[in-house]
Write a protein that binds this ligand. Structure first.
Ligand code: SF4
Length: 362
């Protein structure tokens, strides 16, 4: 199976108030960071691993020097065996790029863009601590189209502070007008240290969040809802790179906080730029963990049930179906799950309560 490559670019102009991804709000020191990432990649030279997806995530890859990203791609093409239709995605933030940067991405083979909108309501964007307004997002989006990008994902978040169905409807209507190929819609999740917690906002309760989720599904019904949080135009393909995570396909992650799953092992890099760079310079290998058969099964269930393809009976351990048949039938009767000849999958209502279903089944 072809592998995916992930590059973590841990720099942001400013930390958003809800963000839990590893990134720092400064942009200096990038030269030494990219040197380390290139050295990490060198470890695979000579293995000729087949690759058909690349993802630059972060952080905000578009705050990095675009020539550094182009150099990473050039080196990756030398070391790995790229298929001719390799999907190459870069995450961008509005206001962090201009035409020249986009042309460098285009010329180095980037063919998919992912850009965060999060909300089309400027008061919500300001509560989230985003650096852009709806209008600035729109002009960045129009520039992407002008330059020629024809595969664009837009992220939104629902369950926002002080939000209701009307504010979400405005965001979804705006999204539908954009007509982007792919949409990721996430429910807001905050950890205890999130600056948003301290501001005294009113958050929708569980029923309110569920109503918002239903509205997302309803207003994006022209799209294929192929994963809990992901929608793709019927005429387009799902994100090949992200599918690898849910299908337990191999992927190699480079850079601070990047995760890998390869040859049956999982490992991750330190969540700190300095520790990561030092580790690479001193040739310290991250600890690899072989995934046991039992964990493989749990992972298959957890990840496959996130998608509209669901789980195949053939991938379940012997006796699982017989043991859980009653439970599966109950979930089916409640409208959370559909059972077919070869396996079962969650419905849209089931996606929303997938954690409880998994807890019952595992
Ligand atoms: S731009 Fe993205 S990665 Fe950076 S702080 Fe905001 S949400 Fe997090």
């Amino acid at each position: 199976m072809n592998a995916g490559l992930y590059f973590h670019i841990p720099y942001c102009v400013k930390k958003c108030d809800y963000c839990d991804f590893y990134s720092v709000n400064r942009t200096d020191g990038q030269k030494i960071y990219f040197e380390a990432v290139r050295k990490e990649m060198e470890g695979y030279r000579g293995k000729r691993i087949a690759v058909d997806s690349v993802f630059f995530g972060g952080g905000t890859p578009s705050v990095a020097d675009p020539m550094e990203l182009a150099a990473l791609l050039e080196q990756a093409r030398e070391i790995f065996s790229f298929s001719s239709d390799t999907e190459i995605t870069i995450e961008l933030n509005p206001k962090t790029f201009h035409r020249e940067k986009l042309l460098i991405y285009c010329n180095s083979g980037v063919n998919r863009i992912s850009m965060g909108l999060q909300s089309a309501n400027n008061d919500e964007l300001s509560k989230l601590g985003r650096i852009h307004t709806k209008e600035e997002f729109l002009s960045s989006y129009e520039l992407l189209r002008e330059v020629g990008f024809s595969n664009i994902n837009t992220d939104i978040i629902y369950g926002l502070p002080d939000s209701d169905l009307h504010s979400l409807e405005r965001t979804l209507s705006f999204l539908r007008e954009l007509d982007c190929e792919h949409i990721s819609a996430y429910a807001l999740t905050l950890n205890d240290n999130s600056p948003m917690y301290r501001r005294g906002y009113r958050f929708p309760d569980d029923d309110g969040v569920y109503e918002q989720y239903r509205l997302v599904c309803e207003m994006l019904s022209g799209y294929r809802h192929y994963e809990i949080s992901n929608f793709v135009k019927q005429s387009e393909s799902p994100c090949r790179h992200n599918l690898k995570y849910w299908q337990r396909a191999p992927y190699l992650g480079f850079g601070a906080a990047a995760h890998s799953f390869f040859e049956g092992c999982r490992w991750s890099n330190p969540e700190d730029i300095h520790c990561y760079v030092q580790g690479i310079q001193q040739e310290i290998q991250p600890e690899k963990e072989k995934v046991s058969q039992e964990d493989s099964f749990s992972e298959t269930m957890m990840l496959s049930l996130r998608t509209d393809k669901g789980v195949k009976y053939a991938d379940l351990p012997q006796g699982f179906y017989e043991k859980n048949r009653k439970l599966l039938e109950q979930f089916e009767a409640s409208g959370y799950l559909t059972m077919g000849e070869n396996g079962f999958r969650l419905t849209e209502a089931g996606f929303f309560v997938s954690n409880s279903i998994l807890t019952a089944l595992l």
